[in-house]
Design a protein around this ligand. Structure first.
Ligand code: GAL
Length: 800
């Protein structure tokens, strides 16, 4: 049955990937692969894969393994390992991939070869189901053994390594079914047999997302060690072996809470609906919920991860000045093994009128490799402004409410003890803003009522958007220029950008506002996701380059070989922004070498729910970790002159019906949780592009969202990069200006470029909607179109 299903799936997959590039998001598989030689990247991928592995359990120091310890490795995943997730975010042509079994061999492991040979022939005879777009397999069928075979394996070795693997992908969510969230019957049977026969069982979780751990907990007393390795890219077999043998002692920490079961997650009742999801948990996402209301529902807390040694925090000095809190401390390796620690500081704000989570991450760092007895000193500086919360009821401001602010320093959210506090007398408004992107519909959101869950109606939008937009439509002060010039002249300060824009015809302005219609555009490097900017010959003649956009973020998706780096969640688990910057610096260099100008990534959406199909591309349930990791990635990519495009702005937290789904949430949750990572990233690293999301946010599609793009991203955060859509967009009329639709509606919102540039139908002509209302009442204005071009050209100029 499995074989038939596999055949059908693979045939459908072949048909779909053979469709023209602008109607399907074809896989780049099967491309010609030239020589690859990037030892620096290989070493970085190996290190990041290892440092992103999180050791959840290590009973009786079961790990590290000894070289002469004979190990029986179970699961076909030892060969058919999950290196990355599915879809645009993982579809890279890696030069090679090191499987677990190869990684173990490279580490000199003493392997039960008879068992390994059985798996080798099983995998060869039963190649894994590949699936096709949005129908990829999340798990693979396993090989089972008779009691005699198990007994024989156990007679040869005391130690078993069991692997459970899960994948996930774009355009599909994981589900509450066996083989997705839950274990398959075969996996359970295997686990049951292994734990019955072997004295020491090491469980490796090779998963894109968090999966159900309650079933695994049933074998808990018989499992000695659990290592969550996520999907670690092309070097992940080596990386896992490095951790198992102590070549790289484990130092990853959980970027998400692992709860006792799915129902315990605060978003579990409001996820997966087709039309809309109310974010009823409000700001209480992940550990913010668990630590405040349900600590008993946590199996492994946020920030948790073991090493092979122990650490102590000592010499703590806490100081508060007018604008910041400073915590100075030493981290000492008090054990007998080398290791790295992740000091984390959480704060607890006074409850005030608004209610707060009992813990929020406000600072983290990672030590260097410390040998036993060695220590490292840190001075954490935490700006007071970063402790403020957003009042979406009346003030529409960030505010530090009166009362005591407590700080906790430690190695995970749960165990971190108090390290200092200060008191503010009287509320302080940190930044006076105004209401933006608030809910259009009424729904209940969670508030903290003295440590108890309470629901209240989330404040609705009171904004007259039509009025607000009309008041701030751009009016050009520049007289029409006659001067002939090119973009090079602007770059060389021989002409102003305004002068240059005046030389562009309407057709040219229209062409600038969209890409070259299709994926894999002939204007760009083969396998590109789209080409934009110089999409007409006349534009290129004026010095505007045709820029190649490629997918990411787990590597460059082209028809050539590129490094497959660990997925976002694995990178976040390193809690090491220097390492993330280093790895993306190498990606940026590779982009230059391969012909990619801008890469899609990093992915900055929040892990709201463990079933989201794209969680692997994103970093964490926490906005600070997301923002800092994102900023590091952007700095790395852009350090060599390549471009980054963080995505998906905003609230792309589920894949089911993603182009229609409405994420309904309070303005407070939007700002404190879902936009915060973007805000940190934008302010700290200035990416050249940002990609909007497919979904709606409080009733408005990301690519039409004036309040998010024009008001917040540009207005409040002061960012002047170029905004692009996700691939294709929904057709719609502006509710504020009903004659305006599609491209004009989008450009008025401040979303500069439609990608890849046309409709999915494959017609390569402008759809006419940008200019149809030009000069008419409420219609798009020439100044708006020119203003749009300004952002695009400023961006394009960085590449000449
Ligand atoms: C979409 C995806 C984007 C983007 C694009 C181009 O499906 O959401 O992140 O990269 O495809 O392939």
């Amino acid at each position: 049955m499995d074989k038939i299903k596999r055949k059908i799936n693979n045939t459908i997959g072949k048909i779909i990937t053979s469709l023209p590039g602008d109607t399907s998001q074809t896989s780049t598989e099967g491309a010609v692969i030239p020589e690859y030689d990037n030892p620096v990247m290989s070493a970085l991928c190996r290190r990041a894969g290892a440092e992103g592995a999180v050791l959840l359990k290590n009973k009786d120091n079961a790990l590290p393994l000894k070289k002469d310890e004979k190990i029986s490795v179970f699961s076909r995943l030892q060969i058919d390992w999950f290196y990355t997730g599915y879809g645009s975010g993982g579809d890279v042509n890696p030069p090679y991939c090191v499987s677990l079994i190869d990684g173990l061999r490279n580490a000199g492991a003493c392997i039960n070869e008879e068992l390994a040979a059985k798996y080798a022939s099983f995998c060869a005879e039963n190649p894994p189901d590949k699936g096709f777009w949005a129908h990829w397999p999340t798990s693979q069928p396993e090989l089972l053994f008779s009691t005699e075979e198990m007994a024989k394996a156990a007679a040869q070795s005391d130690t078993a390594i069991a692997v459970i693997g899960r994948s996930s992908g774009e355009d599909m969510d994981n589900t509450l079914t066996k083989g997705s969230w839950f274990l398959t019957d075969d996996e359970k049977r295997l686990l049951c047999d292994i734990t019955a026969y072997f004295r020491k069982v090491i469980l490796i979780l090779n998963c894109s997302n968090i999966i159900d751990m309650s079933e695994i907990e049933e074998y808990s007393d018989k499992i000695s060690a659990i290592l969550y390795v996520w999907q670690g890219g092309m070097e992940s077999g080596n990386a896992a072996a490095d951790v198992l043998y102590g070549i790289c002692p484990p130092c990853g920490k959980l970027p998400d809470t692992i709860a006792v079961n799915y129902a315990a997650y605060p978003s579990s009742n409001d996820f997966g609906a087709k039309k809309f999801n109310n974010y009823s948990e409000d700001i209480y996402v992940g550990y913010r919920f668990f630590e405040t209301f349900a600590p008993e529902k946590v199996l492994y807390p946020f920030g948790f991860g073991l090493g092979y040694t122990s650490f102590e925090f000592s010499g703590i000095e806490f100081k508060k000045t007018k604008s910041k809190v400073t915590v100075r401390f030493d981290v000492v390796n008090t054990g007998s093994f080398n290791g790295k620690e992740v000091p984390q500081i959480y704060f607890e704000a006074p409850q005030g009128k608004l209610g707060k989570p009992s813990r929020q991450l406000c600072w983290f760092a990672k030590t260097d490799m410390l040998s036993p007895g060695e220590s490292e000193t840190f001075t954490a500086e935490i700006p007071l402004d970063s402790l403020a919360c957003y009042d979406d009821n009346t003030l529409h401001s960030y505010i530090l409410e009166s009362g005591e602010y407590r700080f906790y320093l430690g190695s995970d959210v749960r165990s971190a003890p108090l390290c200092g506090s200060f008191t503010i007398r009287g509320d302080i408004i940190v930044s006076q803003l105004s209401q933006h992107a608030a809910p259009a519909e009424e729904f209940l959101r969670l508030v903290n009522d003295g440590g108890k869950v309470k629901y209240e109606i989330a404040p609705k939008s009171g904004v007259n958007l039509r009025y607000r937009i009309r008041e701030s439509l751009p009016v050009s002060g520049t007289a029409p220029g006659t001067k002939k010039c090119t973009l090079f002249d602007v770059k060389n300060d021989c002409a102003t950008l305004e002068d240059f824009i005046m030389t562009l015809s309407l057709d040219e302005l229209e062409a600038l506002s969209r890409g070259d219609y299709t994926m894999n555009s002939p204007l760009g490097t083969s396998g590109n996701a789209g080409v934009y900017c110089g999409v007409l010959g006349s534009l290129r003649d004026k010095g505007i380059p045709a820029l190649t956009f490629t997918d990411g973020p787990s590597g460059i998706r082209l028809n050539t070989t590129a490094s497959l780096i660990p997925v976002g969640t694995c990178l976040a688990s390193t809690f090491d922004t220097r390492l993330i910057e280093e790895i993306y610096t190498e990606t940026g260099r590779e982009m230059k070498a391969l012909g990619s100008d801008v890469i899609a990534g990093p992915g900055l959406n929040i892990h709201r729910n463990p079933l989201c199909g794209r969680n692997f591309e994103y970093f964490s349930e926490d906005p600070l970790l997301t923002g800092k990791a994102g900023a590091a990635a952007v700095r790395g990519i852009q350090s060599s002159g390549s471009g980054a495009c963080p995505k998906h702005f905003a609230c792309n937290n589920q894949e089911t019906n993603r182009t229609h789904n409405d994420s309904r949430l309070s303005e407070r949750a939007l700002r404190e949780i879902y936009l915060k990572g973007f805000e940190i990233c934008v302010k700290e690293s200035n990416p050249v592009n940002i990609m909007t999301s497919y979904n709606k946010i409080n009733g408005v599609w990301g690519h039409y969202h004036y309040e998010l793009v024009h008001d917040i991203l540009r207005g409040e955060w002061g960012w002047d990069g170029c905004v692009i859509t996700d691939w294709w967009m929904r057709s719609a009329h502006s509710p504020e200006f009903p004659s305006l639709r599609d491209q004009a509606y989008r450009v008025r919102a401040g979303v500069n470029i439609l990608m890849p540039g046309g409709a999915r139908t494959g017609k390569h002509v402008p759809d006419g909607t940008l200019l149809e209302t030009l000069g008419k009442k409420d219609g798009i204005t020439l100044d708006e179109i020119r203003e749009n071009a300004k952002y695009i050209l400023k961006f394009a100029m960085k590449f000449i």
